[in-house]
Design a protein around this ligand. Structure first.
Ligand code: AMP
Ligand code: MG
Length: 413
């Protein structure tokens, strides 16, 4: 891999090119396994799943009401019919509906033989066994067997990420095991002599490691198998040995810190010496030093140490890359548009990912507001935010009322 130069620093790559480089470099994990239904949540489907039966299995009622023959309705949709029984969900009526007859039916109950129409309860009146119908429409309120998924058809395609909806679809097919790809195994390190573990007593100049917790959280949400390898000191020999060992046992390595041009930035130096390097820097803020490449056969992301930069670069690049490694394809964070509720100042030069929060404007539309100071060391700005406002490299700031691009950190699924 070679790094073309761009924009504000020699060797720095623009964001689109960085995405293209990463997407092109990743080869998805091919190994598969079968897991129990619930364990498939968050995994990637390894094969197309065909429906072994119609979904729904029976033609059934979409309403509580009366099942009848559409030909019994007059031109106004009215009829007076004799009730011959009741069809319940799970308890089909064991007789057919003849001319002039109807059956009481509950939502989800199979439509009795020879009936083809359901008239909702609210459009009927009962007088003993005689049911007066008004406003019925032939063929209405009936859900056909197989209308959602026909037997033999592909219900879910290989490469689908299994969310709660897919889990339900697989359950509806009656399956108890799911063929999925093996999960990527990801080694995680934080680097820096200043780092202490929560619970330890800080020494002068020390601070508690937060990156290994934010990154662990994001990796966990992504469904990765995590190999947490703790802290590395700012020591070349230790960094070198640890990265080599991690590369032999993992599909990917994510580190934080030590990737810039400082004298203690050993991750960058070791990657330069041993790795196959894609790029070092991206014209973005925060997150300019971002090392991407391969270390042995492991995909390597050296994230910046600043806590906000580590999270921003993870969301932008590591998340789609690990999804692609898992077999679900490389998908950049989706971008929506919202109105700026306040001014978003910016200097031209780099694409900025400003931390922000969605709010409802007075007219009911969605707007986006600032969450306070944007320093890349201020992790609390991420905690107050639910989205990024993405301001392109050449943008010189946005005034309140203008439209901006917004990326949500989290979806519903
Ligand atoms: P570096 O990228 O190693 O130069 O670190 C940049 C800044 O991020 C420094 O202020 C570090 O102290 C801070 N930093 C690095 N790693 C962590 C971490 N794991 N948790 C919190 N802050 C960190
Ligand atoms: Mg450091």
């Amino acid at each position: 891999m070679s790094a073309p130069s761009c924009d504000d620093r020699p060797g720095a790559l623009d964001i689109d090119s960085a995405h293209r480089r990463i997407a092109a470099a990743i080869e998805p994990i091919e190994a598969t396994e079968r897991v129990a239904l619930r364990a498939a949540l968050g995994r990637v489907l390894a094969e197309d799943l065909r429906a072994p039966l119609d979904i729904p299995p029976d033609t059934n009622s979409a309403m509580d009401g009366y099942a009848l023959r559409g030909t019994d309705l007059d031109t106004d949709g009215a009829a007076a019919l004799r009730m011959v029984g009741t069809a319940w969900a799970g308890h089909p009526l064991a007789r057919e509906i003849g001319p002039g007859e109807c059956a009481r039916i509950m939502t989800g109950a199979p439509i009795p033989a020879r009936a083809d129409t359901v008239v909702m309860q609210e459009r009927t009146t009962a007088d003993g066994d005689t049911i007066s119908i008004r406003g019925g429409e032939p063929g209405s309120n009936v859900r056909a067997a197989g209308e959602d998924l026909p037997a033999g058809g592909v219900a879910l395609t290989a490469g689908t990420a299994i969310r709660p909806a897919e889990l339900g679809v697989i359950a509806s097919l009656g399956l108890t095991e799911v063929p999925v790809r093996r999960r990527p195994r990801v080694a995680l390190f934080a680097t820096g002599d200043e780092l202490f573990e929560p619970g330890q007593t800080l020494k002068p100049g020390g601070l508690y490691d937060s990156n290994r917790y934010t990154v662990w959280g994001m990796l966990t949400r992504l469904g990765m198998e995590i190999d947490d390898r703790g802290h590395l000191p700012d020591d070349r020999t230790a960094v070198e040995a640890s990265l080599l060992a991690a590369a032999a046992e993992n599909d990917a390595i994510v580190t934080t810190g030590g990737v810039s041009v400082g004298a203690a930035d050993h991750v960058a130096m070791v990657l330069r010496d041993h790795g196959d390097v894609g790029f070092w820097q991206i014209t973005m803020k925060p997150g300019r030093p971002l090392n991407f490449g391969f270390f042995g056969r492991a995909l390597m992301f050296g994230l910046p140490g600043n806590p906000v930069s580590a999270m921003v670069t993870f969301y932008q690049f590591v998340r789609p890359a690990l999804d692609a490694l898992a077999g679900a394809g490389y998908r950049r964070m989706p971008t929506l548009r919202a109105r700026a509720a306040v001014d978003f100042p910016k200097k031209p030069g780099r694409t900025e990912f400003q931390r922000a929060r969605l709010v409802s404007a007075d007219d009911g539309s969605t707007a986006v507001e600032q969450v306070g100071p944007q320093g890349s060391g201020r992790l609390s700005s991420m905690s107050r935010a639910d989205c990024f406002v993405v301001l392109p490299a050449d943008c010189e700031g946005v005034a309140a009322g203008e439209w901006v691009d917004v990326q949500l950190f989290e979806g519903l699924v």
